[in-house]
Design a protein around this ligand. Sequence first.
Ligand code: ASP
Length: 329
Amino acid sequence: MIDRRKFIKSVSLLAGTLPFVKPLNFSKFAKTNVEKPIVISTWDFGLPANEEAWKVLSSGGRALDAVEAGVKVPEGDPNVNTVGYGGLPDRDGHVTLDACIMDENFRCGSVMFLEGIKHPISVARAVMEKTPHIIFAGDGALQFALQNGFKEENLLTPESEAAWKEWLKTGVYKPWEKKDWDNKDSHDTIGMIAIDSNGNLSGACTTSGLKFKMHGRVGDSPVIGAALYVDNDYGAAVSTGVGEEVIRISGAHTVVELMRNGYSPADACKGAVDRIIKINKDKAKELQVGFLALNKFGEYGSYAIQPEFQYAVYSNKEKNVLKNSISHF
Ligand code: ASP
């Protein structure tokens, strides 16, 4: 049998420059005072999303229902121009949406490159619950949504259309490059993870993706294991930022695996970010990726490449507090 200490050491080497960590003992879970329920989500628009999720959690509801209800808030808000209705379009003027959801039983559903549906997260949930499949894409996802009672609508608001037309004046239709990245407003997915009063974990993630992306481009947000992963025995993680970099390292799955191997949520997020930094070398300065993680003890943490990453927390102890993530730069 592999020696646990040697194993943890080899994981640290793989992960880059992880600090010394005290492994968590998950077998002691039953004896530990777990902080639950709790919901955490990415960015400042996570605050109203958490409020909604908390209504479900505080009345004894399921984490899955809470995360779906929570992320529907920015999906339906025309002022959040990075998620759902009002999301900035791609370079052809289409609002194309990506979303995924995962529950406490490894069940998951996802939609990608979906147009015309305000709440892609609920379509992802329908994929999970009504089909034996996991991912529906493009026209097929729209067809599935319409067959399941969702309404098709125009998601391009006048504000987002105006921003796209402004971009067209100087924008060049070519693959996105790292130098196109604008830390302040190129991005911002909502990723939400929660533990309910029964101690079960679930997560959801939804986005309109990088602004003015090439038509057909799909990021990490609908990819289970990249933007979202839930292992109900150990923890859950979500990501935001440049999706290509997250997919390359199976980001959220990496974070959960590090937690499974004893890392705290923040150290596990750092382990995943360190890999991205190592792969990108000095180009990492031009990237943003942030991970947010919650373990089975109700402990949470985050780590990002750039300092701008914020997340929102709602629990019995902390009523919707906005926190700055620890960051590499
Ligand atoms: N991860 C998203 C994507 O690559 C964007 C973001 O979170 O900012 O589509």
